[in-house]
Each structure stands twice: as C-alpha cells, then as structure tokens.
Design a protein around this ligand. Structure first.
Ligand SMILES: NC(=O)C1=CN([C@@H]2O[C@H](COP(=O)(O)OP(=O)(O)OC[C@H]3O[C@@H](n4cnc5c(N)ncnc54)[C@H](OP(=O)(O)O)[C@@H]3O)[C@@H](O)[C@H]2O)C=CC1
Ligand SMILES: N[C@@H](CC=O)C(=O)O
Length: 811
C-alpha cells in the first residue's frame, strides 16, 4: 500500500483532477492506494475570507461564497459526477450559508464554527474526486478523516495517536483499490471537526502512511521535488535527488515551501520514505526523503531563505557573567508566542541577538522592556536594538558535519561579493549554517553560494556597458561570437544587462540583450542618465557584475568610486581615471581592494598588448622598472608611417581617424596628451608617483592647429599648415632620420615629444599602427624587455577589454 497526497494546485480544477486520476491509474493494478486530497486550490483561503467578512458584517461574503459554489458546480459538471454527488455538494454549500449567516448576525466567530467552515474545502474535494474515480471505473471509496483521525482537547495539532492508529487499523480490511481521504480535517473528543494546522493535508497523509505502514508516502505538488535553492531566485537550481528527513526539515523550516516540516514526524518515526513528485511532470524523479540518503556530489544539500526578519539585540554590561539573562529573554518572548529563528551571543556575554519575525517587533520590544525594566533603569541593560529588513539564509547538508573548510568557503565567497553578514549561527550537529543578510542581498547571496557549492553548468557574468562606439561595438560583437564557446569550454555566460551611450540607455532587467542590443538601444531605450545607470546597477545587486567603460568621458570616469562601492568590478579602456591626479588613482585602487573587486585597464596602453600585466608581474616578482621608452600612440605612429610613404600629413590624419585609431577627439592624440596619459599610467604601475605636471610635454603639432573646437577645425588648420609638415620631409631626407612621438621615463624624469630616430634605432621601423614598449629593469638591464604589436584599432582594443573581463571572472 502507498499513500499519495495531492495539494490544492494538483486538484485546482477538473483538468487537474483528470491528471491526478491518470497518476493513480499508473499503479492501480499493482497496489492499493490511499489518496489524500487538499481543498481545490485557493478554496481554504477563500473560506477564511468569507468567515472574516461575515464576522465584520460585510455582505461581500455572500458573493465570495456564491463564486465558490459556482466553481464547485463547474468541476462537478466537467467531471460528470452523478447527480447524487451534486446534491450533496449543494447541501454542503447550504450548510456553509447557514453557518456564515450565523456568524454575520452574531458578529462573532467561535473556534468550532471557524473549523467547520474552513474544513469544508477538503470535505468537498474528497467527495467530488472520489465520485469521479468511481465514475472512471475505479474501485474507489471516500473515507471521512474525522472518523479516524482524532485530536486531543479539540486542538488539531495535538494528535491522539493511540486512538487514531486504532481507528485506522480497520482500513486495511476494507474493500477498495483507491481510498480517498480529505486532508487537513480530524475530530476532537466530542466528534467536533478539528483542523490539523498549517500543512495539514501533508500531516493527514503522513499519519495515514505511518498507521497503515505504507511502503512510501508520495507528496504530489506543482514542482519536481525540493530544489537546491528556490528556482525563482536561483535559475541554476536543480531538484535534489535524495535527502534525509533532518535536511528536509531544515530546508522546509527556512523557506522551501514544498511541505510543512512537523507533518513528517509520523513517517520519520516509522522510517517510511517520502517522495516529492510533480503532478504536472509525473515522469520527473522528484526528491526522495529517506533515512539514509546517498551523498550528492555537493557537500551542501540545499539552500533556503526566509524574509521579513528582524535582528533583536539585548546588550549591556550588566549581562556579563550573570546567569539567567538568556532564560529570562527567551521566556518573555515565548510568553508572547514570539518565535525565535536564530540565536547568537557574543563571547563576552555582553550581548545576545535573536532573529524574530518583523510582525513581532513591537510586541518583543514591549515584552523585553517590561522584563528588564529594572536593569534598563539602572543602565545595566541597554534599550533593545532592532535591525529591520533582514533575511535568514540556511545552508543545509548532513555531510557538512565534521568537514573542515565549509564555513570558510561560504563566508569567503560572500565576502568576495561584498555581502555583509549581520549574524550567524551553526547547529551543534553542523547540519546547517544559518546567517542573516540584508533582504536586498538575498538573491545575490543565494546565487553566489549556489555557484560555489553546486555543480553549476556555468557562471553568469553580468555586464554593464558605457560606450558603444567604435570599440564598444566591436567588443559586443566579440562577446556574441564567443558566447557559446565560453559557456561550453569555460563555463562562463556573459550576460549584457545594460548599455548606455551619451544619449540613450537600455536596461534589460532579466534578459540578455547581447544579440539585439542595437535595436533595444535605438528603439526601446530611455534618455541616458549616468547616475541612474549606476543606481540601477547597484539596485540590481547581481553577483559577478562588471562595469565596462568604453567611453572617453571624464564624467564616466568620475563614477568609478560609486561603482566600486557597489561591489561591481570595472574594466576601462578610458584612460582618464588611471591618469587623473595620483591621489585619485590611488583612491580608486584602494576602493577596489576594499570591496574585493577589480579595477582593470590593460587596454589603456598598447590596446590589446600585455603591457600593464607585464609590468605588474615584473614588480610582483621583485623586479624594478628603471626606464621606459615607448611608442605608445598607434594613431601618431600610423600617421608618421603614412606621411613617410608620401601622404600629406592631413591625409594621413584623416585616414587614422577613419580607421578608428584616434581618440574620439583627435586633438588628444595630436597634442601628445594621449601619450602623456599612457606614460603616467605606465610609470605609476611601475611604482612611481608621477603627476601630469611632472611630465615634460611637447605637442606633436603646432599649438595653432589645436585651438579649434571640432575635427573639421583641426583638418582645416592642418591643411593651412601643410608647409610646416612638408618641411619635415626635407629634414628627414637630409638627416636620414624618421620622426617618432616617443614617451620616455628615466631617473625620475618623464618626457613625451617628437624625436628624430636613426636607422639603427629600434623605433626606426615600427610599422603601421604598431606600438613598441621597451622596459629597462633590474633584471632586464643589458637588453630591455620589448613588447611590440598593433597598439590601436577597435579589434585589438576590444580584445584587451575582453581579456580583462575574462581575467576578472577567473579571479
Ligand atoms: N580606438 C582605439 O584604438 C583605442 C581606444 N581606446 C579608448 O576607447 C575609448 C572609446 O573609443 P572609441 O570607441 O574609439 O570612441 P567612440 O567615440 O567611437 O565611442 C565612444 C562612446 O562613448 C559614448 N559616450 C561618450 N560620453 C558618454 C557618457 N557621458 N556616457 C555614456 N556614454 C558616453 C559615446 O556615445 P555617443 O555616441 O552618444 O557620443 C560612444 O558610444 C576611448 O577612451 C579610447 O581612448 C583605448 C585603446 C585603443
Ligand atoms: N588613440 C589611441 C588609441 C589607443 O589608445 C592611439 O592612437 O594609440
């Protein structure tokens, strides 16, 4: 014999009742089945609403009741049950009408009437469903749970096990193949209807399974078992194959609402396996709850959480070393029926904190004030302190017991993601680690822990992109191209959450806008607002978030601090922040360290070339950079090469602009400012506290060409000064030299200027838009270390940014 319980969602309408019949049919010939049904979905809540309305003399209860009657009539019609049953159903509603009218007149609800009203949902569903099974040809019989399940003192939650078990013995002798019992209801000493409390139908099923010594209890619901975490919060959550009763109780207690833990006690005591199954996917395995579950691959079995928690703290010097405070605190809370969900005490005994439901806050304050009135008056105990908007997360798993490192791993990963833990507790049996976080952090915390402890198919990286011009577009193209590869080979899913340019922004709340970002930004966006962009990113509070600055905007560089404070990493190809005043550069780096996130800007120098990472790695290994000589402007180098090949200077500049080698404002390149910024960044990364004013700086072109506002002004000015540039050609030929715009740093002196190089100089042949960075270090003394390659252009720059994103995600 097995016992099956179908919850309200499983029998919410005629269609679902038919599904349930199909499920019962599967084992119909093999074994006797005892089926416990809840009221049709939502009916109990509606009945409760009716009785409350009636007690408030609100006639709306009549409409609500009529709707319930119509709903039941519709089901009986659709299931085609005999008229005799329809009449019984109708009579039940007549009785309900009378009861509610009495409540309406008396404006009072007695416990007895409330139970009678609220329990009617199950009486009706069992009557209708059993009739339907009989009509469909099954040997089914409806039993009245009230006759068998007995409670003590009229209180549903206190089962009279002896009498119940005695009563149920006779069931085994009955002639049926399917026995249908209404869940939730029982009867007291005098035969009055009593209710089995929250999760009552599970309890009914568990009582029946234990008394009838069933081989298994199946709880049929609308999910495929208990999940590693709430799938609405953690999209990668998966059903747990097996778990112990203790684990199921812990998980259910802290939010996994698949069943109500105390209801399992009868089956637990009788070692009867429980399987959670999905009525809407009956072939799914579901979850087996058993005394000896097999170990899963993760040491943690599951995660759960509850919101609406307050942290209630009692503290004071008068508590230290004095016994009895804890007893008094718990007693005064218990007297007010305040449930305590987490307890922690400081080792100095100076404070004691408990988690309570937010609705109990005022009651708790009042109770504690009154209990400790004298001590508070004498300043031995402080006024109780309440912290609101908190949630409890429980990490559950029997295998965690006596396995070192779990807590370290857990709290480590939370810290790395900027999640602050307000209080924590661990049971002596190490079955769970429970802690409190801000409610706004729950989703992030669950995902972070899930990714760490369970085999995730992939890790999600959430990208927020500012700047989708020449380089930004290319980056998005690359990410799109590599999307499947990264998921399959590296387990990384890059999700573009939002993009902005200077005019528009678009937030893709839950989707990945990678493929259609252009369409979204163009047609479905809102006006750009950088502050709002950062605020929304902060509010989304997603783990593994990266803000990518692909603008050349000072305004954008100014929000870095804010971004890092939100524990979001930054990847920037914008050079303004790293070359701003030294103090700001240090402040940004410190903020990244403080919040355990990254600030990466490899593409600031040499685009995709590994320049900054090389300097960092030299320094980390004890080397010292003593000199830098570099051609770090791809555009200027390109211009000079084209000029050497016979193009006019202005033509060469136009080509560099068209090919995307220059800055959005090409004067930044031609003035030498871009190179100056790069030299500042390189020398700072090498450990020198250089400021802009410390760099000797000669613009590449006459100042008169740099006064204009726009690119057109610049082109016009360059054309007007064509003779000036043509004169270079003559000098170059006469002296057999080339001009290169060179950044150098030596003995604390930094310089950026146009210089003559002879054919034997390593910078004489630097092709196209290449960069070359020559580093003299303690170890590379005789021959410098040289890094060379394309140093400008959308592709190489995007690849540098992409590299930073990947390296952040693997950190
Ligand atoms: N090109 C290269 O070879 C290299 C470039 N870089 C750096 O890459 C960055 C981008 O260059 P590139 O793509 O060529 O420039 P583009 O001008 O093509 O693109 C700049 C983007 O930034 C946006 N933007 C400007 N101001 C803001 C703002 N306040 N808020 C949001 N978005 C803004 C622009 O929006 P809108 O279109 O609305 O103006 C545009 O989408 C620069 O910092 C450059 O130094 C670094 C290494 C090499
Ligand atoms: N404009 C820059 C682009 C890369 O930083 C350059 O010319 O090098």
């Amino acid at each position: 014999m097995k016992v099956l319980k179908f919850g309200g969602s499983s029998v919410s309408n005629a269609g679902n009742c038919k599904r349930v019949q199909e499920i019962i049919k599967r084992d119909y010939a093999n074994c006797k089945q005892v089926v416990v049904v809840s009221a049709f979905g939502g009916v109990t809540d509606e009945l409760e609403r009716c009785i409350n309305l009636a007690s408030q003399r609100n006639k709306e209860y009549e409409i609500a009741l009529l709707k319930l009657r119509e709903r039941h009539d519709q089901v009986t019609n659709e299931l085609n049950v005999p008229d005799e049953i329809k009449t019984k159903v109708s009579k039940k509603f007549d009785e309900l009408e009378e009861l509610l009218q009495g409540v309406y007149l008396l404006e009072e609800i007695s416990e007895k009437i409330k139970n009678a009203v609220m329990g009617t949902g199950e009486v009706l569903s069992s009557l209708i469903f059993s009739a339907y099974l009989i009509e469909s040809g099954m040997k089914a019989k409806c039993f009245d749970s009230r006759k068998y399940i007995k409670t003590q003192n009229g209180k549903g939650v206190f089962l009279n096990s002896k009498e119940t078990n005695e009563n149920l013995k006779s069931i085994k002798e009955e002639d049926f193949q399917v026995a249908v019992f209404p869940g939730f209801i029982a009867s007291g000493k005098k035969g009055e209807l009593t209710l089995l409390g929250r999760g009552g139908s599970d309890y009914t099923a568990s009582i029946l399974a234990a008394a009838l010594n069933a081989k298994q209890l199946e709880i049929w619901t609308d999910v495929s078992g208990m999940y590693t975490a709430d799938p609405r919060l953690v999209s990668q959550a998966i059903p747990i194959e097996q778990m112990s009763f203790q684990e199921a109780m812990e998980l259910s207690h802290f939010g996994a609402k698949v069943m109500y833990p105390p209801s399992l006690t009868p089956v637990l005591q009788n070692k009867i396996n429980v399987r959670i199954k999905n009525t809407f996917a009956p072939d799914d395995n579901g979850t087996l709850i058993t005394t000896n579950p097999k170990s899963e691959r993760s040491i943690v079995r599951g995660l759960s959480s509850v919101n609406h928690v307050n942290l209630f703290t009692l503290s004071g010097s008068g508590m230290v070393g004095i016994s009895g405070f804890a007893a008094r605190l718990f007693a005064c809370l218990a007297n007010q029926k305040i449930n305590v969900s987490l307890i922690t005490q400081s080792s100095s005994e100076h404070s004691m904190s408990v988690g309570i439901h937010e609705d109990d806050k005022d009651l708790a304050i009042e109770a504690v004030r009154s209990e400790f009135e004298m001590e508070i008056g004498m300043n031995l105990v402080n006024e109780p302190l309440v912290e609101e908007n908190l949630s409890i997360i429980a990490v559950v798993g029997e295998d965690m017991g006596y396995t070192p490192g779990i807590a370290g791993k857990l709290f480590g990963i939370l810290g790395k993601n900027g999640l602050n833990i307000r209080a924590t507790a661990q049971g002596g049996n190490e079955l769970n680690i429970t802690f409190m976080v801000r409610t706004t952090d729950v989703k992030k915390a669950l995902n972070v822990i899930h990714e760490k402890f369970f085999i995730s198919t992939h890790k999600k990286i959430n990208l927020y992109i500012a700047g989708v011009g020449n380089v930004g577009k290319k980056l998005l193209e690359f990410i799109d191209h590599q999307y499947n590869y990264l998921i399959e080979e590296k387990g990384l899913q890059l999700v573009v959450r939002a993009v902005t340019n200077s005019r528009k922004m678009y937030f893709a709340d839950d989707e990945n806008m990678l493929q259609d970002w252009q369409q979204k930004l163009e047609h479905e966006s809102e006006t750009a607002n950088l502050q709002e962009f950062v605020k929304r990113m902060d509010q989304a509070n997603l783990r593994n978030s990266v803000f990518i600055d692909i603008t050349a905007s000072e305004q954008v560089s100014k929000v870095y601090q804010q971004v890092l404070n939100s524990t979001v990493s930054i990847v920037a190809c914008n050079k303004i922040a790293a070359s701003s005043d030294f103090e700001n550069y240090l402040r940004i780096k410190a903020a990244a360290r403080k919040h355990n996130v990254e600030f990466m800007f490899e593409s600031n120098v040499g685009a995709g070339l590994p320049v900054i990472s090389t300097i960092n790695s030299l320094i980390n290994t004890g080397d010292q950079v003593v000199g830098i000589q570099a051609v770090v402007s791809g555009s200027l180098n390109f211009i000079m090469n084209e000029f050497n090949n016979g193009k006019s200077f202005v033509e060469a500049v136009k080509m560099a602009m068209e090919q995307g080698f220059t800055e959005p404002d090409p004067k930044i390149d031609l003035s030498g400012m871009d190179v100056l910024r790069k030299l500042l960044i390189l020398s700072r990364e090498a450990g020198y506290a250089l400021e802009e004013k410390d760099v000797e700086h000669e613009p590449m072109i006459p100042l008169s060409c740099l006064n204009g506002e726009t690119a057109e002004d610049l082109i016009r000015d360059l054309e007007e000064n064509n003779d000036y540039f043509e004169a270079w050609r003559t000098v170059m030929a006469e002296k057999n030299i080339r001009y290169r715009y060179i950044a150098s740093f030596k003995d604390g002196k930094a310089n950026v200027s146009l210089q003559e190089v002879k054919p034997d100089h390593p910078f004489y042949d630097v092709h196209g838009k290449d960069n070359v960075i020559s580093l003299n270090t303690k170890w590379y003394k005789d021959q410098p270390m040289i890094i060379k390659g394309a140093g400008a252009g959308a592709e190489v720059t995007a690849s540098g940014i992409f590299g930073d994103i990947i390296s952040i995600t693997s950190n």
